[in-house]
Design a protein around this ligand. Structure first.
Ligand code: NI
Length: 135
């Protein structure tokens, strides 16, 4: 069995309260278990990003379509990365906001480079990436 090491962590009390709420909501048995799982998932993600496997994923982002500069920039970026993009779904969320889901397939580093290019467009309200692989 692996030897256990003990650590002490200092947190702002408000952050700890929020963390305890998260633990309760997510059903982690203890703080230690929650921290262990969170560290593990960060490590898996990091390892995954360092590999150069063929993966698939979806990038989701929200933006205000009245910002024409942003929309143009978005088109430019998508054309720059056309070889990675399988499909783009555009949904008009409300009067101002659009949601786009860009389904991609390719090497991890190319996908991350596309994500960075999208994320750094000024005015993007939210973006997220879901990465997956067939094995
Ligand atoms: Ni729209």
């Amino acid at each position: 069995m692996t030897e256990l090491a003990r650590i002490g962590i200092s947190l702002e009390s408000e952050l700890l309260k929020e963390f305890d709420r998260l633990i309760a909501e997510e059903g982690y048995p203890t703080r230690s278990e929650a921290i262990k799982l969170l560290i593990n998932s960060a490590l898996v993600k990091k390892r995954w990003q360092k590999s150069n496997n063929q993966v698939a994923g979806a990038i989701i982002f929200i933006y205000n379509h009245h910002k024409r500069q942003l929309v143009n920039k978005m088109m430019d970026v998508q054309h720059d990365f056309n070889k990675l993009i399988i499909s783009v779904q555009h949904i008009h969320l409300d009067h101002n906001n659009c949601m786009e889901t860009v389904v991609v397939s390719g090497k991890v580093k190319d996908i991350l480079s596309l994500v960075t290019s999208v994320k750094t467009i000024k005015g993007i309200k939210h973006s997220d990436l879901i990465m997956t692989t067939a094995g």
